[in-house]
Design a protein around this ligand. Structure first.
Ligand code: OAD
Length: 252
């Protein structure tokens, strides 16, 4: 059992945000949970009995591209009709509210953009992009489901999802931009992530180490919850609107 965030925690989080001009939000699968997107490590987080760490790897793709594509094709089919929830919407609104607001996500869906967020830092790529293993061309492709798996490039090469797999490097420019923002921010919001996958989770350590206040929004404590100044224990789709309301009341 986890207790829902009390109003005192909401007030403390709103106090921190009301004083801040440089804010970073770092999101994970939990921010999309209320849109109907399964998380990786929660109940139902297994794919045909495999943990995600065994499916989302270059080795798994080399050994069995069909199995890996069935996983991604099913995720794409499930994602296609999903809509942003109030958590995505509050975060999109905050880009206008703070002098600097940087949104870095581990999610490969496009729900932050669908809610209106711009210049989202996609640390783990996008499930809506594919890259050819032969000619290396990368492009957006929203086909879901693919008529035949595994899908192929016009050049004949095997396509792969343009996401970052375990054992692969994150896009260097994206990671660096996020790290610099984390180092400079006054408040870091950590929303819906178990904070166990590095280097992305390192953003929390960098921000906290540089003196930022950390607000965690998650029904469960993440692996880095001990770094949080305030924890809002509840679903992001409820907690962020409550926080937004408290913030609006303070500055109106
Ligand atoms: P996880 O599945 O590891 O964690 C999801 C988190 O969301 C958990 O801490 C849940 O408690 C929390 N959660 C569940 N419902 C929520 C809700 N309604 N509101 C807020 N939080 C909620 O997902 P990530 O931390 O995103 O990487 O996983 C990190 C990376 O591991 C992913 O980007 C992906 C995965 O393997 C790659 O594919 C490379």
């Amino acid at each position: 059992m986890t207790a829902m965030a009390d109003q005192d925690s909401i007030t403390r989080a709103a106090d921190l945000l009301a004083r801040a001009s440089r804010v970073v939000a770092f999101t994970g699968a939990g921010v999309s949970a209320e849109s109907g997107v399964p998380t990786f490590r929660g109940a139902g987080g297994l794919w045909e009995g495999h943990p995600v760490e065994q499916v989302a790897t270059p080795e798994a793709f080399a050994a069995d591209p069909l199995m890996v594509w069935r996983f991604y094709d099913q995720r794409r089919v499930n994602l296609a009709p999903r809509r942003p929830n109030p958590a995505h919407q509050v975060l999109a609104g905050w880009q206008e509210r703070f002098a600097s607001f940087v949104l870095a996500t581990q999610n490969v869906d496009s729900l932050h953009e669908d809610a209106g967020s711009r210049e989202v830092l996609h640390l783990h790529g996008s499930i809506w992009r594919v890259r050819c293993c032969r000619c290396q061309e990368e492009r957006e492709d929203r086909t879901a489901p693919f008529p035949a798996l595994p899908p192929r490039c016009p050049c004949g090469g095997l396509l792969r999802p343009a996401v970052v797999w375990f054992g692969e490097a994150l896009p260097m420019d994206v990671l660096e931009t996020a790290m610099v923002a984390a180092e400079r921010c006054e408040v870091l919001l950590v929303v819906g992530t178990s904070a166990v996958v590095y280097p992305a989770a390192g953003l929390v350590e960098v921000a906290a180490g540089a003196g930022a206040a950390v607000i965690e929004v998650n029904p469960q404590a993440s692996a880095l919850a001990w770094l949080a100044n305030v924890a809002l224990r509840g679903p992001a789709g409820e907690m962020l609107p409550r926080l937004q309301e408290a913030l609006a009341a303070r500055t109106s």
